[in-house]
Design a protein around this ligand. Structure first.
Ligand code: ATP
Length: 240
């Protein structure tokens, strides 16, 4: 097992953004996290990656408790993440953006550059390596976001809605890129609103609603679970 999230809770003032959520990630497993808007999914990532301290609960990575450690230390230990709002360094090149990730494990520019090129190959972005990041399309910015995180050499990668804003053909191009990462020994947790992506990629799905885990199981199990259907229908009704 690579990750254990034990009963984590995060309160922001009076808001219980995450309330007693627990789940595990096995080696080379892809765990999907789904739930209506505002359910607490990104907050769970922020707690695992050290962006915010937990209010209570613990996070264990590769057998070591990492709860509330600094984000850069957690990254060095092997947890990479992407952000829902893509954050490239706009005025430097695509290659230099990815090299920033490599500096997580090396201080040698040549090594950083070689590895960044390897990663750009993997995500099919090497042809844009010399372009400034802000000139990329949204689909390529998403690939860059994945590349930056991969360049840190994660053992566990947290992907926050990397398919959002992509058209169906762009989505079907990126799915195998993500799915193949397990062959490199990487475990993944993916937050995704596009159900087809969750169904195709996840070995296990955790469903969060109002900050709480309402169920977990195979993609087929959770999508036929009445609690899950109600959580989503409730949202559709209230936002109609
Ligand atoms: P979405 O699918 O819309 O991205 P989500 O499931 O990722 O939503 P979160 O972003 O984790 O949900 O938010 C959960 C709750 O916590 C929301 O009510 C949100 O407003 C609140 N929240 C998140 N971050 C903060 C913060 N830094 N300060 C205060 N409240 C926050």
């Amino acid at each position: 097992m690579i990750l254990q999230v034990n009963n984590v809770t995060k309160h922001f003032g009076g808001i219980k953004a995450v309330n007693g959520v627990s789940f595990n990630v096995n080696d080379r497993e892809i765990v999907g996290i789904i739930g209506p808007n505002g359910a607490g999914k990104t907050t769970v990532f922020n707690l695992i990656s050290g962006a915010f301290p937990v209010t209570s609960g613990s996070v264990v990575f590769q057998g070591e408790e990492i709860t509330n450690q600094k984000a850069n230390l957690i990254c060095k230990k092997g947890i990479g993440r992407t952000f829902q709002i893509v954050k490239p360094f706009g005025s430097i090149s695509v290659l230099e953006n990815v090299m920033v990730g490599s500096y997580n494990w090396t201080s040698r520019p040549r090594e950083a550059r070689e590895y960044a090129l390897e990663i750009l190959e993997k995500v099919d972005l090497v042809h844009r390596k010399d372009d400034v990041a802000k000139s990329l399309t949204i689909a390529d910015k998403k690939r860059l976001e994945v590349a930056k995180a991969l360049a840190t050499k994660p053992k566990l990668l947290l992907l926050d809605e990397v398919m959002a804003g992509l058209n169906p053909s762009e989505v079907s191009e990126i799915i195998p890129v993500i799915g193949n990462l397990v062959n490199d020994g990487i475990s993944l947790v993916i937050i995704e609103h596009i159900m087809a992506v969750i169904m195709e990629l996840s070995h296990k799905v955790v469903v969060i609603h109002h900050g709480e885990k309402i169920t977990e199981g195979s993609p087929q199990e959770v999508t036929s679970d009445p609690k899950v259907i109600e959580a989503y229908l409730g949202e559709a009704v209230t936002s109609a």
